[in-house]
Write a protein that binds this ligand. Structure first.
Ligand code: NAP
Ligand code: G4F
Length: 339
């Protein structure tokens, strides 16, 4: 049941988190504006089910072309839309890719966040607004304490993580310098059936289901020993929303408090299909990173106590629901190829 009548602006609305967040905000009665990059092919598949005919009277989702690297466009949009809440989720979000495209990653992740904050500052001169910055556990990098919490020092290990550290500090700076309501969510890895197919969990669940149906023979991966604190994206967007409903701006870790190796995720995923991953997985050094983050494990105490947020889905349950979704896709693919 709708409980709110606020307006939100979401960057990165076509991504995994943006799509779940848009769903949540629409359910809560928000009017939602999303920024979409112009692409030569359609890039809105994750939100098409939310996007009704704009001539319908009750449409509450509006899409605008834009790009985080275009500050003028962002400021114009923010001043036009007058959002009560801005969620900055847009990013070149792939850590391995950030080593290949460091400057582009910095432009979208670091300067993009600055552009969002500056646009919000302009709006805040005439109307209060709140900003959520999608910060990342990757900032902890070569971790100096375990579990990682809000006070743990950062030690970034990739161009992506360095850019996120900049965005984190700039968010705090705009809060201190301009009294802007600007908060960081420091989110540990979160996955779903909508996860991009080059992130390791989805790469595994897509491959396992295709192997099961004979559509693929092998799965090539990199480092299987890294440990990640994996949660379900749908749980995490609820946490983002709660961060902006808090009575004061602050920074919060969202995590499950459990960590697993890639090998354990392989056990969970292939196990659902009664397969032994050792028969199919091969190591390809192309997927190694110039510097790796070996261990991430978050402490969500502050979010539990101050926001009443906690994750509802275990890593094993997450692997199962991703496998069920990808099995349906694999069956559809098999049907298409055998016709
Ligand atoms: P994602 O699926 O990769 O989505 C990224 C979104 O950013 C897409 O909508 C993408 O548009 C958009 N984007 C990329 N470059 C852009 C640009 N220059 N201008 C405007 N939009 C741009 O990422 P996600 O997993 O949903 O993550 C959301 C945010 O949380 C990201 O900032 C990510 O770095 C951060 N984060 C994610 C995790 C995680 O585990 N998922 C954890 C911590 C933090 P296209 O669809 O056109 O590519
Ligand atoms: O799934 P990944 O690519 O996620 P990564 O690097 O942890 O980053 C994700 O989570 C961050 C939060 O901590 C976000 F900020 C970021 O935007 C992104 O969503 O890799 C996870 C682990 C790494 O240790 C990687 O080396 O899996 C290892 N891995 C092993 N083989 C692989 C592969 N990763 C990928 N992507 N592909 C492989 O073949």
């Amino acid at each position: 049941m709708p409980t709110q009548s606020k307006t939100a602006l979401v960057t990165g609305i076509t991504g995994q988190d943006g799509s779940y967040l848009a769903e949540l905000l629409l359910e809560k009665g928000y009017t939602v504006h999303g920024i979409v990059r112009r692409s030569s092919s359609f890039n809105t598949s994750r939100i098409d089910h939310l996007y009704r005919d704009p001539h319908e009277a009750d449409t509450r989702l509006f899409l605008h072309y834009g790009d985080l690297t275009d500050g003028q466009n962002l400021t114009n949009l923010v001043l036009d839309v007058q959002p009560d809440e801005i969620y900055n989720l847009g990013a070149q979000s792939h850590v391995r890719v950030s080593f290949d495209a460091p400057a582009y990653t910095v432009q979208t992740v670091a300067l993009g966040a600055l552009n969002v904050l500056e646009a919000a500052r302009q709006l805040s001169k005439t109307k209060p607004t709140r900003v959520y910055q999608a910060s990342s556990s990757e900032m902890y990098g070569d971790v100096v304490e375990t579990p990682q919490r809000e006070t743990t020092p950062f030690s970034p290990q990739s161009p992506y993580a360095c850019a996120k550290v900049y965005a984190f500090h700039q968010t705090v700076n705009y809060r201190n310098a301009y009294s802007l309501f600007a908060s960081n969510g420091i989110l540990f890895n979160h996955e779903s059936p909508r996860r991009g197919e080059t992130f390791v969990t989805r790469k595994i669940t897509r491959a396992a289901t295709r192997i099961k149906l004979g559509l693929q023979k092998k799965l090539y991966l990199g480092n299987l020993d890294a440990k990640r604190d994996w949660g379900y994206a749908k749980d995490y967007v609820e946490g983002m929303w709660r961060i902006l409903q808090h009575d004061e701006p602050d920074d919060f870790v969202l995590a499950t408090g459990e960590t697993q190796t890639i090998r354990t995720f392989l056990d969970y995923a292939f196990g659902v299909l009664d397969l032994d991953w050792n028969d199919y997985v091969e190591i390809d050094p192309r997927y190694f990173r110039p510097s790796e983050v070996d261990l991430l494990l978050g402490d969500n105490t502050k979010a539990k106590e101050k926001l009443g947020w906690e994750p509802k889905t275990t890593c094993k349950e997450l692997a199962e629901l991703m496998i069920q979704h990808d099995l349906t896709l694999a069956h559809q693919e098999l049907k298409r190829t055998s016709n």
